[in-house]
Design a protein around this ligand. Structure first.
Ligand SMILES: [Zn+2]
Length: 1076
């Protein structure tokens, strides 16, 4: 390889010989030769960014080939003359400010080569440009290179993003400079001191380096030689064809020989020879395919994580930078289509960049800028509740309808960590029958068997589903990606069309001109798949036509990776569960308040704002906990801050509750009203704050979705008995269950008193904490690897032995504490209430670990090959064995409020109030409690945690035993308010006749104060008819999840209420119109 003589392509060359390079002096400075005399100069970091790797030369040398033609004589380079800005000045700010505020600041002179920072600051540059008169007729670019994310502003409007990592370093000022054009102009560049992927120190997902600075390495005017550029794109495609089509394909040789001929006719000292070379390329590109060729539907895309390695606020600018660049491209490429998801991001741009938004609306109307997805954000696909999932669609689709006049017909979620088996039904209920995703290609163990298939959910609903077979949502339009798309496609015998999403993504960026120019050459070229710029609708329409032979996948789309995201950032998970509960309760209580007092103002707009905050936090890097510390802070603020859902000063929670109280204390007659927001009667022990900070207990029975007064005296049917044994162990029983706890808080016995059936196997401990080493291969916050299971260490260091804290009666409780790991502590109060079928574990942890995983285990005396897990509006089963790779890849799974292991006639359920990670292996139920990853947030989960779980042994099936209802009860405590005089006898607004049916949601219908919306679902997995009874003055109709009336029209209200028919896991929404 010493002399370039060896590198000449000759008539007998094979594709592998085509490229050859020599090192010219230094390692970073390489020259590539193609054929006889076309020379590429390779300088990493020069004007054009690196291209994917090519293999070349007989030794299979790898090199980064940059298509700069620099070593050719002057004037024949990609970039010709250049000149610096007339002046360059800047000012710096910590805040992300609007242009109007920035433009009036005092700008100080600066120069190329300076660096700016630190991380997350913003520099605004004022760039005065003066284009040389001699450049008349030339294409002139403003070239800007820095390692921050830039946005060019011109005439007070954003015009283009400039981000080197996204291959956007030049802004086209004119395609052909005319004398009449202004030669002097002022641009502003807003430069964020962070990269496309934040500011990770050392690796992308490392915590951000707070002291990173960005360097301005280039700011100048240049003459762009478009002929040279086009020739280079021609050559790139030909070289890729020559290399990638393989020696068995004659097209590779034809491409090679054409490239060689082009080199021969092209004299680099004479630009007039270029057209002849380009004609040769055009001739081969225009040789067309046969009819049978696969068609690739290329759709521009830009995946923008709504927060991840950067905070929410930066995402707003990422959207603007990426989208304005897309519009700029569309102006010059009217064929370009761009699929854009996440209503929240549209809303951000609408409110922060109204000028840009108006232009987007124009391109939406033209059908080029295509809103997709139908959801508020691209949410996590596992953890949000059923109602949250509905609201993602409800808020999203309503936004798209309102802003663009149509709802989306495809659900778009390329990048999340698994997909709930309830999603098909929710999609269909929201006007969506098509689904696009890609992430399952990340499966670590099993390769998913389809790219185009019908996905069937737990209720039997089906959606046509497509995974872009190239396994990416950020393609670059290269030959290699096209070939991979066809080769990978597992359903290519069944359908002949695939999606291809091109454009830089994750951190934003989007498509580039070069991507489009590559694909133009591949539109119909023999040997390559047909590539057409298309739309999601065109793709799915043709897939629908060809769908007769497609296979069906039933049940969840489980991602065999990132299973730590069910547990990481426990406070975010807890905030999510709590806020889902709060919004549920506020909606129920406000609706019931309207029923009682039609003058009550339902807090519709406040609720919409709070729902949108909660939905935003369900974004697929926030709720899963795979984000940086700044994002965690923002997210917790949205839950609990001043304006947040939880306790915010303007929260409607207080108002909704206050309406139910008498509005003040009533010292003469302290009566307490207890409110139940669930759709069944509950008998529970409540704890009321008494005078002097003491608490008094009471046993109450409250009707479904209604209220009752606390009645005195409190007589439990069977009091809780708590006894300490000689060995220090403590027994508790309440007439339903009897438990025995040893001094370390282990449950050594858990019996159902009716049958005497024991739940804990002989010699086993339930409520056993265990600590695991938790060191993933790379994705720290994301992954828990199967090998962590080999490092199990039971927690055995006792700090305070078990002691009785409440001696019984209405409630018995005991307490103990443990040392966990080196420096963490755990204390637990174990509570048994009168009449309660479960034992509750109120847990506090001071967590200070690194790369450890804390779980609690319940070995149970149950044998079953399947365990049951609650999911959105239903449940599903997963195996308890590891027979096949598909089974053991699910060593860590997710559940919502409960999981259950049952054999015929008996089972044990584990309930929780804010956890999602779980597993059931053989006869051990485990709940995943806390992790301690260090990337991308080095402080993740360190600190105080409080959570509750409960164990419930039961006779019969979990359905018959009411596990589902008990898990709701644990999550939705009864509310207490001081009673007013009017509320005397118990009152119920709604009840449902069948225990199989859960009335989940009661709210005011969207934009319809005259109607209530109630949502019910079948929870047992059964076909059942149920009566919805109500005491409210309403008449009724069925609607879909978007609250649009269905064709079957009104359902009559009969004596017993509303008769509703359910099939397994069916979700029904009913609009109830208030009677006048
Ligand atoms: Zn993402």
């Amino acid at each position: 390889m010493g002399s370039h003589e060896q590198g000449f392509a000759t008539a007998s060359a094979s594709p592998r010989d085509l490229l050859y390079f020599e090192t010219a002096g230094s390692q970073n400075h390489k020259t590539a030769w193609v054929g006889r005399n076309l020379k590429y100069h390779l300088v990493p970091g020069s004007l054009l960014p690196p291209q994917p790797l090519l293999f070349c030369g007989e030794q299979g040398w790898r090199m980064e080939l940059e298509r700069g033609w620099k070593s050719a004589p002057r004037g024949h380079e990609l970039f010709g003359d250049h000149c610096p800005p007339a002046s360059l000045s800047y000012f710096q700010t910590r805040r992300r400010i609007p242009y109007q505020e920035a433009a009036v600041q005092e700008f100080r002179p600066t120069q190329v080569g300076e660096s700016f920072g630190p991380t997350w600051e913003t520099c605004w540059f004022k760039v005065e440009l003066s284009i040389p008169l001699a450049w008349a007729g030339q294409e002139v670019h403003f070239v800007w290179e820095s390692d921050g994310e830039g946005m060019v502003w011109r005439d007070a409007q954003p015009v283009q993003g400039l981000t080197k990592e996204g291959e956007k370093t030049s802004y086209i000022l004119t395609r052909s400079l005319k004398e009449s054009e202004p030669h002097s102009l002022t641009l502003y560049v807003e430069l964020a001191c962070n990269g496309l992927f934040g500011a990770g120190k050392g690796s992308m997902i490392a915590p951000p380096d707070p002291d990173r600075r960005v360097t301005l390495s280039k700011a100048e005017l240049v003459v762009f030689n478009r002929d040279v550029y086009e020739l280079l794109v021609d050559l790139e495609i030909l070289l890729d064809m020559a290399q990638l089509l393989g020696e068995e394909n004659q097209r590779s040789f034809q491409a090679l020989y054409t490239a060689n001929q082009m080199v021969n006719v092209c004299d680099v000292t004479d630009l007039s020879t270029l057209p002849a070379a380009r004609d040769l390329a055009a001739a081969i590109f225009s040789q067309r395919n046969g009819e049978s060729q696969h068609t690739i539907h290329a759709v521009g895309h830009c995946h923008i994580d709504s927060a991840w390695l950067w905070p929410y606020e930066e995402t707003i600018r990422k959207c603007a930078r990426s989208w304005v660049t897309v519009l700029h491209l569309m102006e010059h490429n009217p064929e370009l289509t761009f699929a854009c998801s996440q209503a929240q991001q549209f809303e951000w741009v609408r409110s922060c960049y109204p000028g840009l938004y108006a232009r987007i609306q124009d391109f939406v109307a033209k059908g080029q800028f295509i809103p997709v997805g139908g959801t508020w954000v691209e949410m996590d696909g596992n953890l949000p509740s059923g109602e949250s999932m509905v609201r993602q669609f409800l808020q999203g689709q309503r936004f798209f309808q309102e802003q663009f006049g149509r709802i989306c017909s495809e659900f778009w979620l390329p990048d999340t960590f698994g997909y709930s088996a309830q999603l098909p039904q929710l999609m269909r209920g929201c006007g969506i029958q098509r689904f696009l995703t890609q992430k399952l290609s990340w499966n670590l163990v099993n390769s998913f068997p389809h790219h185009t298939f019908f996905w069937e959910g737990i209720d039997g609903s089906q959606v046509l589903t497509h995974f872009p077979p190239g396994d990416s949502y950020g393609m670059h339009g290269r030959v290699e990606e096209m070939l991979k798309t066809v080769k990978n496609n597992k359903d290519k015998g069944r359908v002949n069309h695939s999606a291809f999403l091109f454009g830089f993504g994750d951190g934003g960026g989007g498509p580039t001109q070069k991507m489009l120019d590559r694909m133009k050459r591949m539109s119909d070229t023999d040997g390559l798949p047909r590539v057409q710029i298309s739309t999601p609708d065109q793709l799915f329409s043709v897939l629908e036509k060809e769908s007769s032979q497609l296979c069906t996948w039933v049940g969840e789309l489980f991602l065999e990776l990132h299973n730590g995201t069910y547990t990481t950032q426990a406070q975010i998970k807890k905030g999510n569960r709590e806020c889902e509960r709060i919004l549920h309760d506020v909606e129920v209580l406000s609706s019931l308040a309207v029923a009682q007092d039609r003058a009550f103002q339902y807090p519709a707009s406040q609720l919409q704002r709070l729902w949108r905050l909660l939905l935003l936090n369900q974004f697929h890097d926030v709720l899963p906990g795979s984000c940086i510390q700044l994002v965690v802070e923002d997210a917790l603020q949205y839950y609990t801050g001043e304006q947040g859902v939880w306790l915010g000063g303007h929260s409607p929670v207080g108002a909704g509750l206050a309406w139910w109280g008498c509005g003040g204390s009533n010292p003469g007659q302290p009566r307490t009203l207890v409110l139940n927001t669930l759709s069944w009667e509950r008998t529970e022990v409540i704890s009321r704050p008494g005078p002097d900070g003491t608490e008094t207990l009471a046993l109450v029975t409250v009707p479904s979705m209604g209220y009752a007064l606390v009645q005195e005296p409190f007589v439990p049917p069977q009091p809780v008995a708590v006894r300490k044994q000689e060995d220090g162990s403590i027994t508790m029983e309440n007439g339903v269950i009897a438990v025995c706890l040893d001094t370390m808080g282990h449950l050594t016995s858990l019996q159902l008193l009716d049958s005497g059936r024991e739940s804990v196997p002989d010699g086993c401990y339930a409520n056993q904490f265990a600590l695991f080493d938790d060191v993933p291969l790379y994705w720290d916050a994301w992954d828990v690897m199967d090998y962590h299971l080999e490092t199990r260490k039971p927690v055995t260091t006792l700090l305070k032995p078990l002691e009785i804290t409440l001696a019984g009666g209405l409630r018995g409780s005991v307490r103990f504490s443990l040392q966990v790991g080196k420096s963490s502590t755990l204390s637990q109060e174990i509570i048994l209430d009168a009449a309660c079928p479960y034992l509750r574990f109120l847990t506090q942890v001071e967590w200070k670990e690194a790369h450890k995983f804390l779980k609690v285990e319940f070995p149970v005396q149950v044998r079953s090959t399947n365990a049951t897990y609650e999911i959105q509006f239903g449940h599903l089963q997963r195996p308890t064995h590891w027979n096949t790779s598909w089974d053991w890849a699910r060593f860590e799974v997710w559940a919502h409020k409960w999981l259950d292991l049952s054999e015929h006639g008996f089972g044990v359920a584990l309930l929780n109030d804010c956890k999602y990670g779980a597993s059931a292996h053989r006869n051990v139920l485990s709940l995943s409690l806390l992790r301690a990853p260090k990337s991308p947030d080095s402080t993740a989960d360190i600190g105080h945690h409080q959570f509750t779980y409960a164990v419930m042994p039961h006779q019969g099936s979990f359905q018959e035993a009411g596990v589902i209802q008990q898990a709701y009860n644990l999550n939705f405590p009864l509310h207490m308010v001081p009673a007013s005089c009017a509320q005397c006898s118990p009152w119920s607004a709604f009840s449902v006749s069948s225990p199989a049916v859960v009335l989940e949601t009661v709210k005011q219908a969207e934009d319809r104060p005259e109607a209530l919306l109630v949502r019910l679902y079948e929870a047992h997995g059964s076909t059942v008819t149920a009566w919805l009874q109500t005491s409210l003055p309403v008449k009724e109709a069925i609607c879909d999840l978007l609250e649009r009336p269905l064709a079957q029209g009104h359902l009559p209200l009969e004596q017993r209420g509303l008769r509703l028919s359910f099939t397994p896991f069916l979700v029904l929404s009913v609009l109830l119109l208030w009677s006048p």
